[in-house]
Ligand binder design. Structure first.
Ligand SMILES: Cc1cc2nc3c(=O)[nH]c(=O)nc-3n(C[C@H](O)[C@H](O)[C@H](O)COP(=O)(O)O)c2cc1C
Length: 181
């Protein structure tokens, strides 16, 4: 197998993006829980939901992987914060840089997509984390809030879905480019 899409998703938005990408590129998509062997794959496209700044399943998937010649890693994050805001993109990148070995980070192409959330559906652990975060974020005055925190406050407790499959287009173009390298 030359290319693979691996995804980490708790509530489905990342899985839906991964399945759509798979449909549009004819590249198989699997959950990181199936622990695919990535050693001989040319292009690894990893889509992961953002959880407290981390990308779900990424560390487990990349454990022990060092890209060898010709191998490429594309990471796609799916979060609630709007990736059109430069500040949000920067936060995600800084967090990824801290979590990935420098050599791997430098060779990785990164994209960001927006997912959604349904507070009714969250498990108890996630609901508690979000409630604590909300209390803490609300202590900051409005003028000092970051774009990410403002979006968090606006959507807290609701059901929102910002999924936009058209946002997959630049990722599809990147993959097509890799195919003809
Ligand atoms: C506990 C928790 C932590 C989250 N942390 C972040 C975060 O740091 N940044 C962000 O943009 N979204 C964050 N989100 C929102 C998720 O990334 C968003 O709901 C995403 O669509 C989840 O993907 P999934 O449905 O594939 O699991 C968080 C959601 C939960 C429940």
């Amino acid at each position: 197998m030359e290319h693979i899409i691996v995804y980490g998703s708790h509530y489905g938005s990342t899985r839906r993006y991964a399945e759509k990408l798979s449909e549009q590129t004819d590249i198989p998509a699997v959950s990181y829980k199936q622990m695919p062997d990535l050693s001989d794959i040319k292009t690894i496209i990893y889509l992961g939901g953002l959880y407290a700044g981390g990308v779900l399943g990424l560390a487990k998937t990349l454990r022990g992987l060092s890209l060898h010649g010709g191998q490429t890693l594309i990471i796609v994050t799916v979060g609630l914060a709007d990736p059109k805001e430069p500040e949000n993109r920067e936060n995600i990148r800084v967090s990824l840089q801290r979590r990935l070995p420098t050599e791997l980070f430098c060779r990785t192409k990164i994209f960001h997509l927006r997912g959604g959330i349904d507070y009714q559906n969250l498990n108890v652990g996630h609901r508690t984390i979000m409630a604590l975060l909300y209390q803490s974020v609300c202590k900051t005055s409005c003028e000092k809030q970051t774009a990410e925190n403002r979006a968090f406050i606006e959507t807290y407790g609701k059901q929102v879905d910002f999924t936009d499959f058209r946002a997959l287009q630049p990722i599809i173009e990147e993959i097509q480019g890799k195919r003809y390298e």
